[in-house]
Design a protein around this ligand. Structure first.
Ligand SMILES: O=P(O)(O)OC[C@H]1O[C@H](OP(=O)(O)OP(=O)(O)O)[C@H](O)[C@@H]1O
Ligand SMILES: O=c1cc[nH]c(=O)[nH]1
Ligand SMILES: [Mg+2]
Length: 209
């Protein structure tokens, strides 16, 4: 499993603004989407292309490059993953969306699954999981388990912030899954929140703080 920490200045600047405690929900949501967009750009860097012949504006036939191979399904994890979805879809507007719903039990920190609607042909698609936070890794591992049970065999994940503890857990459960994140942060606190982190990303995106 490869972990890509995206050090692009735009990503780092936007993430820095998101760390400010008093940022409005509106601005937090806007930035979550923008960083989601930039992470998508990085995660799709290695997609294969193939030449295709088209008629150009001048009437000449020319060769252009088109993306080939597996199609993508974007997998936002409810709720907080919705905050990044628009930015992700802006770059890959033809991708199908497979929604999964999980929340973390606040006492046990175990993931609780409550919804899924996954595309039928997921066995022929790359899944791009989208969630702002990778903390203990429980939610991501449960999501990958579900996608693999449905036949998916190529999975990547986009996260605004990831904790080393969660990365390690995912690495040992699913070594084939690649992670793209704006930051590998320091650690988890006793309540399982990432430090320095962003706080509760779902609450900040939806204004339920
Ligand atoms: O790595 P983990 O320890 O499993 O934690 C990460 C999960 O916790 C948050 O969701 P939350 O449970 O707060 O649900 P929400 O999106 O509905 O707010 C976050 O968006 C991840 O899905
Ligand atoms: O720091 C964290 C950990 C889990 N979920 C969040 O929203 N934030
Ligand atoms: Mg939450």
């Amino acid at each position: 499993m490869a972990v890509h920490e995206i050090k692009h200045p735009l990503v780092q600047h936007k993430l820095g603004v998101m760390r400010e405690a008093n940022l409005s929900s509106k601005d937090f949501r806007q930035l979550a989407s923008e960083v989601g967009n930039l992470l998508t750009y990085e995660a799709t860097r290695d997609l294969k292309t193939e030449p295709a012949t088209i008629e150009s504006w001048s009437g000449d036939e020319i060769s252009v490059e088109k993306i080939k191979g597996k199609k993508i399904t974007v997998v936002p994890i409810l709720r907080a993953g919705l905050g990044m979805l628009d930015g992700v879809m802006e770059l890959i507007p033809n991708a199908k969306i497979s929604v999964v719903g999980l929340y973390r039990n606040e006492e046990t920190l175990e993931p609780v699954a409550y919804f899924d609607k996954v595309v039928k042909d997921i066995d022929q698609r790359t899944a791009l999981i989208v969630d702002p936070m990778l903390a203990t890794g429980g939610t991501l591992i449960a999501t990958i388990d579900l996608l693999k049970q449905r036949g998916c065999n190529h999975i990547m994940g986009l996260f605004l912030v990831a904790a080393p503890e969660g990365i390690e857990a995912v690495q040992s459960a699913h070594p084939d899954v690649d992670i793209f994140t704006a930051s590998v942060d320091d650690k988890l606190n006793e309540q399982g929140y990432i430090l320095p982190g962003l706080g509760d990303a779902g609450d900040r995106i939806f204004g339920t703080r």
